[in-house]
Structure formats: structure tokens, C-alpha cells
Design a protein around this ligand. Structure first.
Ligand SMILES: Cc1ncc(COP(=O)(O)O)c(C=O)c1O
Length: 453
């Protein structure tokens, strides 16, 4: 990279989640191409992307068949105002409804944050148009540790204090509850008792807020960016019962867990429980193009029928919602997941990688817990396995740096919970082979061994 190139990168580009002081005068690596699970930089170095971009490149990099679809759609119809309908967007809505398996309507936008904002607005308007007269349900309950996006409403729902420093106050009406967190649960509780305890906390919160003020509860089936936290099996079905009991809509944020990531097409399938509203992004088009969706069950959509003058319709528009190119690309990406059974591969290779990680790192003094489902794994690092004190940045950053130097890019729950950013994140493309899984395991293991030397 020439000096001019490095200056252009460091002088003008503002990268997310980056303290630029360390980049001054440096020449950050520029990535130039990618194929399968690997990204190549300008010097020809290859990196196994063990976090699939931002856990979104489910079908892997470099799929020319997706590029072909995008090119053709750009030639045929490159844009259409979302108040009109194109063939690809109708087809995509049909496809999602077919995959979900129940009658639904799908509203499209361009990012996970927008999909969640949309869900919140739909939930509020739904209650306004269907609740008892005088009842104004507006509160959104969400969970600590969960990430739901960066826009004001989605940030307010996010339960990660470090993501909010300097940006609050957010909009009012957002309330948080603790999620199940088996690793840090009271040791006397069984997994089931802990699941019950957390569901009970949700119920108590609804009661104490006043159920008639609570519009919706949003949750990821499995907390991803907050540290890969898998709920006990009884928790999600209990949440469903509680939401039903108090007339609270249940929203599943499937932005990460959708489209094969957890080893099934959708994450919630693991718990045989459906929500009222679902949000999708990331894996929807495997990161090939920005696209997101908010799917609502028909009983919700029906409350939006009415005379135009009654203002019962959803009064939101997104310039890039229902984009024909994005829709065509999403359709192709979903087709690849189905044709190549990538959900099954995620389950098979994910289980294999989890076993390998347990074998090679399970007894490491810094490893508190290795957990996950399908092709998403977290390694919680602690100073001491008894006290579970989180491992500090000074020990974690070198592990991540060591992995990158040896060709594997990992994630971490950075800037989430104060003092608890101690989980390494692994969520490669779903096309990962066992050989590539071995490479990840060997590289992380070697880095962890060097960390204690
Ligand atoms: C669970 C979850 N929901 C929502 C979002 C927000 O998506 P976006 O970054 O596309 O706005 C993310 C992003 O990481 C996410 O992980």
C-alpha cells in the first residue's frame, strides 16, 4: 500500500467500533477479494473468516450466481418505489411466508435495526387499533445482553450498557429483564429451574409495569452478539405462555439466527415456539446486499385494514424497502441455503467443531465455558474457573491478534457489558468444511496456549 493510500484510509474513512488513534500513520490492511470462507488482502494473505463478516455471509463469499442475478435485475428493473410491487419482492414475501409456514405479511427494509424499529411501531399501532378503548400499550420489554440495533429505538431495546454511553437518553418506554444465563446462574438451580426463574422475572416485570402498558417483548432465540447465550429448553415456551396471558406481542429477532445459522432454517424452530412478529436481515441475503424484513402473523396484519381516512394503515415508508435487486439477491441466497442444505451443514460441522473445541480447550485454565448451537459458538474466558472473574482485555486482545496473524479472524462481544466483554465469538459461513473447522480450532487453541505461557 502506498503512503497516499494509507493516508486516504486513515484520514477520511471512519470505521465503526474503532479507536482511530491507533491507526494514525498506520497502513491498515485492505481486503481485496474473498471466496468461500476466506478473505484475501492486498498482499495476497488469506484469512479464514470465522465470523462470516458480521455473522451474515451464510452461503460463503464469492458466489457468482448471486452476482449474475443482481446484474440481470439491475438491467431489468433497478429500483421501484416500495408503494409499487415488482416480481422479486412478491416472490420473496411468498418465499418467507412459505418458510415460516403460516399466513403472514412481510414488510421490507434495509437493515436489522430498521426491521426491529418497524416491529416496535407495528406492535404499538396494533394495540392502539385492537386494544380496549383507552388502553395505550407502548412499552417494549427486551433483555440485558441482547443487541437489537443502532438506531434510537433499537438501541434503547439493546441491553448492552457500553453501546449506549454518550448516546442516551433514548426514547422512553423501553424496559429490560435479565435473560437466562446458565453459566452464571445460581449454582443451586438446575437449567430448568433457571429457565423458569427468568420466565417468572419477565412475568413479574409485566405485572409491575402494568400489563396494559406493555406492547411487546423482543428477544433473540439465542443471544448472539451479547456472548452466545443459549437458553434452557423450557424458557422460550414459557415466555410464549406469559406473553399470551398478558396480551403482550412476542417478537423474535432472527437477524442473526435466521437462515440456517443455528442448524435449522430459523432459530426459533429449536424451541417449537412461534412469535407474533419476526425480524430478519443478515443471512436473508447472506450479506450480499442490504435487505431486512419484518414478518407479522395475519392476526396482526388484519388490524391494519380499514378506511384510508381512519389512518389504520401502517404509515411508514423505507426508500430501500422491497428493493427489486435486494429481493432478487435474497431469493437466490435463500435458494442456495436450501439447495445445498446449509442448515444441515451448520448443524453437522458446527457439532463437530464444538466437540473439537471442547476436546482441545475444555480444560484450559482461562476457558470458563464453550457453548453454542449450529454454526455459532462462544468461548467465555475467565481469570479463574472457580470465581468466574472475566478475563481482562490485556489477555484477550493478544489471543485475537495471534489468531489473525495466523490466518483466522474471530469475533468478540466487544463494547457490550462493562467488564464482561470476555466471550470469543465463532460463527463462520455455513459452507464451512470439517477441515476448515480444524483450522479454526487449531489456530484458537495455539493462541490460547501461547496466552498462558
Ligand atoms: C440480533 C441482532 N439484531 C439486530 C441487529 C441490527 O442489524 P443491522 O446492523 O443490520 O442494523 C443486529 C446486528 O448485529 C443483531 O445482531
Amino acid at each position: 500500500m502506498t503512503k497516499a493510500e494509507s493516508d486516504a484510509l486513515t484520514d477520511h474513512l471512519w470505521r465503526p467500533m474503532t479507536q482511530h488513534q491507533g491507526l494514525r500513520g498506520a497502513a491498515p490492511n485492505k481486503m481485496v477479494s474473498a471466496k468461500g470462507c476466506f478473505i484475501t488482502d492486498q498482499n495476497g494473505n488469506r484469512f479464514l473468516d470465522a465470523i462470516a463478516g458480521l455473522w451474515c455471509v451464510n452461503v460463503g463469499y464469492g458466489r457468482t450466481e448471486i452476482a449474475d442475478v443482481a446484474r440481470q435485475q439491475m438491467i431489468d428493473l433497478n429500483y421501484l418505489a416500495p408503494i409499487m410491487s415488482s416480481e422479486p419482492v412478491i416472490e420473496l414475501a411468498e418465499k418467507l411466508q412459505q418458510l415460516l409456514g403460516f399466513q403472514s405479511h412481510i414488510y421490507f427494509s434495509a437493515s436489522g435495526s430498521e426491521a426491529n424499529e418497524t416491529a416496535f411501531k407495528i406492535a404499538r399501532q396494533y394495540h392502539l387499533q385492537s386494544g380496549k378503548s383507552g388502553e395505550r400499550r407502548f412499552k417494549i420489554i427486551s433483555r440485558y445482553r441482547a443487541y437489537h440495533g443502532n438506531t434510537m429505538g433499537a438501541m434503547a431495546a439493546t441491553g448492552q450498557a457500553e453501546r449506549k454511553i454518550g448516546y442516551e437518553p433514548g426514547p422512553p418506554g423501553f424496559v429490560h429483564v435479565m435473560p437466562p444465563y446458565p453459566y452464571r446462574a445460581h449454582p443451586k438451580l438446575t437449567a430448568e429451574e433457571h429457565g423458569e426463574e427468568c420466565a417468572h422475572l419477565l412475568e413479574e416485570t409485566i405485572i409491575h409495569e402494568g400489563a396494559e402498558t406493555v406492547a411487546a417483548f423482543i428477544m433473540e432465540p439465542l443471544i448472539s452478539g451479547g456472548g452466545v447465550i443459549v437458553p434452557p429448553d423450557n424458557y422460550i415456551p414459557r415466555v410464549r405462555e406469559i406473553c399470551d396471558r398478558y396480551g403482550v406481542l412476542l417478537i423474535f429477532d432472527e437477524v442473526v439466527s435466521g437462515f440456517g445459522r443455528l442448524g435449522k432454517m430459523f432459530g426459533y424452530e429449536h424451541w417449537n415456539t412461534e412469535a407474533d412478529i419476526f425480524t430478519f436481515a443478515k443471512g436473508l441475503a447472506s450479506g450480499y446486499i442490504p435487505v431486512a424484513a419484518t414478518a407479522v402473523k395475519e392476526h396482526i396484519f388484519e388490524k391494519f385494514y380499514g378506511d384510508p381516512a381512519d389512518m389504520q394503515h401502517f404509515r411508514q415508508i423505507n426508500t430501500y424497502g422491497g428493493h427489486p435487486v435486494a429481493s432478487a439477491v435474497a431469493l437466490k441466497a435463500i435458494q442456495i441455503v436450501e439447495d445445498e442444505r446449509l442448515d444441515e451443514n451448520a448443524s453437522k460441522v458446527g457439532t463437530y467443531m464444538m466437540d473439537q473445541l471442547q476436546q482441545s480447550l475444555g480444560d484450559h485454565p482461562y476457558v470458563g465455558e464453550i457453548r453454542g448451537k449450529g454454526m455459532i459458538m462462544g468461548i467465555e474466558l475467565v481469570e479463574d474457573r472457580e470465581t468466574k472473574i472475566p478475563l481482562g482485555d490485556d489477555k484477550i486482545m493478544p489471543v485475537i491478534g495471534d489468531c489473525v496473524r495466523n490466518g483466522v479472524i474471530l469475533g468478540r462481544n466487544s463494547n457490550t457489558i462493562p467488564g464482561r466483554c470476555n466471550v470469543l465469538l465463532i460463527a463462520p459461513p455455513l459452507v464451512l468444511s470439517e477441515k476448515e473447522a480444524d483450522q479454526i480450532v487449531e489456530t484458537v487453541t495455539a493462541a490460547m496456549r501461547r496466552a498462558i505461557d
